[in-house]
Write a protein that binds this ligand. Structure first.
Ligand code: HEC
Ligand code: HEC
Ligand code: HEC
Ligand code: HEC
Ligand code: HEC
Length: 253
């Protein structure tokens, strides 16, 4: 399949199906849902102009994702950092500034360099939703969905690759049952966060503050249940009133 038809036919097909869906022709939608390829782009790992290593910068050096991906909390799209951000550390005379790997950075930033062009570094985009599907980063990040649920363990990747399919059925799998994918907002960029990392007493205290219930009541109700992402997420889902949309028009506007 793929590129046999020009782009507009694809868009037309979506518009048509979304209309039909709205009229209640769910059969088509269900059929389409089950056909949507689940694993098409998984593993995509293009060659980048600079071999940038997330496992070094975000893993070993412990830099927060938002140091570089500054827009992820407040915009539809995330962003790739401008060369200035790298230059903070790799500027002339600083960390590894003579490394051959950083040649494109010197060309972009070092005015005294003989091959200076001032051109931005041409990173190859890896994750991309088609234009006919609406996706907003900030909505997810601000509702307790971590980068790791959608991009995998980037902090352990020497080279970033497409870890999850990002297909429609994949979006919907979470929208139907998001609880196990929710976490406290201050742990969004802590990719190896687990249920055990959460301070139970503090959690119940905050929950009580939010819902008006008593801490003892909340704890008693959870007595005997396994302390897990599902349990924590179920509480967060209720307290924050999380209801991810499943209607066609929410993602195809
Ligand atoms: C020092 C800056 C820096 C930090 C910190 C950083 N990144 Fe990146 N990130 C980049 C650069 C540069 C690229 C583009 C090159 C590449 O793909 O490796 C990128 C690419 C990505 C991509 C792929 C983008 C695409 O084209 O689809 C994802 C996803 C990503 N980063 C997630 C993360 C996450 C999650 C963290 C935190 C654990 C993080 N990054 C921390 C600089 C950074
Ligand atoms: C907060 C400081 C900091 C920032 C910002 C930063 N780096 Fe680094 N980078 C380092 C450190 C520290 C090392 C490890 C140096 C060493 O191995 O001695 C490193 C290593 C590297 C290396 C390996 C160099 C070699 O020859 O081994 C590359 C390539 C690199 N960084 C690219 C980038 C790019 C591209 C950006 C911007 C997206 C960036 N870095 C942003 C601190 C930073
Ligand atoms: C709910 C799923 C989801 C979450 C959570 C999520 N992303 Fe993404 N990310 C996506 C999708 C989908 C795309 C492709 C979006 C597009 O085409 O606009 C993407 C694209 C990106 C890109 C590429 C942007 C570009 O213009 O090249 C970066 C960088 C990125 N994400 C970083 C992050 C970071 C950092 C976090 C955590 C703070 C994060 N994402 C959380 C789903 C997610
Ligand atoms: C890991 C879980 C998860 C995944 C994966 C996910 N979402 Fe969501 N989505 C959520 C949550 C949580 C909300 C917030 C719902 C709320 O606030 O009630 C949300 C809200 C939304 C909304 C409504 C808010 C808005 O921006 O208008 C849209 C649209 C949306 N998601 C699109 C997508 C698309 C498209 C994908 C796939 C590319 C996707 N989502 C993947 C969890 C997820
Ligand atoms: C949670 C968000 C979300 C909802 C709800 C949603 N879609 Fe989608 N849809 C997507 C995304 C994202 C894609 C692009 C998938 C990809 O890139 O593989 C897509 C792709 C499609 C496509 C193109 C499929 C293909 O393989 O090219 C059609 C047709 C479609 N959707 C119809 C619908 C209909 C009809 C409904 C309502 C029953 C619906 N969608 C509900 C997110 C959504």
């Amino acid at each position: 399949m793929g590129n046999i038809f020009p782009r507009w036919t694809n868009l037309l097909a979506v518009k048509l199906l979304v209309c039909l869906g709205a009229l209640g022709t769910c059969v088509i939608a269900v059929a389409w849902y089950s056909w949507t390829p689940k694993y098409t782009r998984v593993g995509y790992m293009p060659q980048q102009p600079i071999p940038f290593d997330h496992s070094l910068h975000a893993g070993q050096l412990g830099m927060d994702c938002r140091y570089c991906h500054t827009h992820v909390e407040n915009s539809l799209h995330s962003n790739i950092p401008a060369a200035e951000v790298c230059w903070n550390c790799h500027g002339a005379g600083k960390v590894k500034s003579d490394s051959p790997k950083l040649e494109p950075l010197r060309q972009a930033m070092d005015e005294n360099y003989e091959n200076f062009t001032g051109e931005p570094i041409k990173w190859v985009q890896i994750h991309k939703t088609p234009d006919y599907a609406y996706f907003d980063h900030s909505v997810h990040v601000n509702r307790g969905v971590s980068c790791v649920e959608c991009h995998g363990r980037v902090d352990e990747m020497p080279v970033v690759y497409h870890a999850k399919s990002l297909s429609m059925s994949w979006c919907l799998d979470c929208h139907r049952d998001p609880a196990a994918n929710l976490r406290p907002l201050d742990e969004i960029t802590n990719l190896d966060w687990t249920a055990e990392d959460l301070d139970k007493d503090q959690f119940y205290a905050e929950l009580a503050g939010k819902t008006g219930a008593k801490v003892e009541e909340l704890k008693a109700a959870d007595e005997g249940k396994e302390w897990s992402r599902e349990l924590i997420g179920a509480h967060l889902k209720e307290a924050w009133q999380i209801h991810p949309p499943q209607d066609c028009a929410a993602c195809h506007r």
